[in-house]
Design a protein around this ligand. Structure first.
Ligand SMILES: NC(=O)c1ccc[n+]([C@@H]2O[C@H](COP(=O)([O-])OP(=O)(O)OC[C@H]3O[C@@H](n4cnc5c(N)ncnc54)[C@H](OP(=O)(O)O)[C@@H]3O)[C@@H](O)[C@H]2O)c1
Length: 242
């Protein structure tokens, strides 16, 4: 039986992936930083729980080192906060988001790569925010752009070690993370749709999984605009949202 470890399984995309892989017969290692929340979210699902905060590498290393070898690791846990007023740049918020998304993922990689079987795969959940600079996303976008570079480079450097790497960039997904957004979210998909797209891409061994298709196409087209034009458009869209 194949074994998958997923981080952030008490909520949103991670919870749906956990339900779906379990239903498909995988052995599940479900990770979260709060045991009570994890147990509640995964009630009735037979799985191994692995409790750690991604920002505390030592206890994480300890918890992960006790696991049996893994076929698939999905580093999904992350956070989003926006810079509301760039003229009063909030460096603490910036550090919080970069720590959660980029440094937290790096801590997971350090602990988990040694646990992945030869021929196994590690997948990192970034975001479609990295296609374009979006207003107020200085911290979230920078953290996810860092993840893109990290993941692509890792794909090159882990290949000789027989570990495959996938970069996952979702558009908007209806989860607690986006429910607090106060702006329109075009093309938003359900967690079920997100999980299906991710699982299909991983089963095909894709190195990049971007979805939903239509929204990603629009972002790709917009990313070809000269920056000045895009910046004017982004500013106008931001003003009309207010
Ligand atoms: N929803 C979207 O539209 C969207 C789009 C693109 C990318 N993404 C990415 O998809 C991933 C999952 O997001 P989601 O929408 O499913 O959000 P979510 O429902 O808020 O889930 C985020 C998960 O990450 C966990 N987490 C955060 N910081 C952690 C830490 N320091 N240590 C351990 N766990 C931590 C959370 O645990 P707690 O509950 O304990 O905080 C939660 O389980 C994130 O990386 C997000 O950036 C989401």
């Amino acid at each position: 039986m194949k074994r998958v470890l997923i981080t952030g399984t008490n909520s949103g995309i991670g919870l749906q992936l956990a339900r779906d892989y379990h239903r498909d017969g995988w052995q599940l290692v479900a990770c979260g930083r709060n045991r009570e929340k994890l147990e509640q979210a995964l009630e009735g699902i037979d799985c191994e729980l692995c409790v750690f905060d991604m920002l505390q590498p030592e206890p994480m290393q300890q918890a992960v080192s006790e696991l049996s070898p893994l076929d698939l690791v999905i580093l999904n846990a992350g956070n989003c906060e926006y810079i509301d007023d760039a003229s009063q740049f909030d460096a603490e918020l910036f550090a919080r988001v970069v720590n959660a998304n980029l440094i937290g993922t790096a801590n997971c990689l350090a602990a988990m790569i040694p646990q992945i079987k030869q021929g196994g795969r590690v997948a990192v959940v970034s975001s479609s925010v990295t296609f374009l600079p979006l207003t107020r996303a200085e911290a979230y976008g920078a953290s996810k752009a860092g993840l893109d570079y990290l993941t692509r480079t890792l794909g090159i450097d882990l290949a000789p070690h027989h570990i495959e790497v996938s970069l996952i960039r979702p558009g908007f997904v209806d989860t607690p993370l986006t429910r607090k957004n106060d702006f329109p979210m075009p093309g938003r998909v359900s967690p079920e749709q997100a999980s299906a797209a991710i699982r299909k891409g991983l089963a095909k061994g894709k190195s990049e999984i971007n979805f939903p298709f239509g929204f990603i196409m629009v972002l790709r087209l917009l990313s070809w605009l000269p920056h000045r034009l895009w910046a004017a458009l982004a500013r106008r869209t931001a003003r009309s949202d207010k």
